[in-house]
Design a protein. Sequence first.
Length: 223
Amino acid sequence: MSVVDVAIRKLLRADDRHFELDVAFASTQRRIVLFGPSGAGKSLTLRAMAGLLTPDAGHVRVDGRALFDHAAGIDLPARERGVAYLFQDYALFPHLTVAQNVAFGLHRGWLNASRHTKDERVRHWIDALELGGVAASYPARISGGQRQRVALARALVSSPRLLLLDEPFAALDPALRGRMRAELLALQSRLDLPMLVITHDPADVEALDGHTIEIRDGRVGHD
């Protein structure tokens, strides 16, 4: 059984332009890398997997569970998919502390978490990702690497079945990228959590050493 099985089609129109996404791949590996240039359709694929974009046809399955199946009329809400999405810009809330941002991953709707949250899951991930010293700080007051770890903690606090990462190293300076790649690989190995990363950087592809799938012009290229 494939850990991840995706076959989706989506036609997007804007004014007189259109883009057709027609992506299909399946993998039993725990680490998958979608590689290709900007505008190839990588982020659209991740959004469809996470439930943030509805394909016109096809399916998305994780561990045999259908998250989306157009023919069967299945389209689970994002909250019910068990898929965590790490946005390229991390999408942290500037008015919430590090601890509140992590706790937000456990809340439905737009209810802000308390500044004094005592949820053990929040404390676990703050400690696991070495964020205890900045737990009461706001995103603007911490480093780029720390912001990425906050976003990861928020993604992991809800115990997802799959972690999706959209260009996770693009916003980091070159000196930090190598360390954060190593940290991400170590964390993924420790959790044994399926992970799908998208990137346009060949150095990421080499470092992540996963099942690499190339996407160009909305389609999967040949290996």
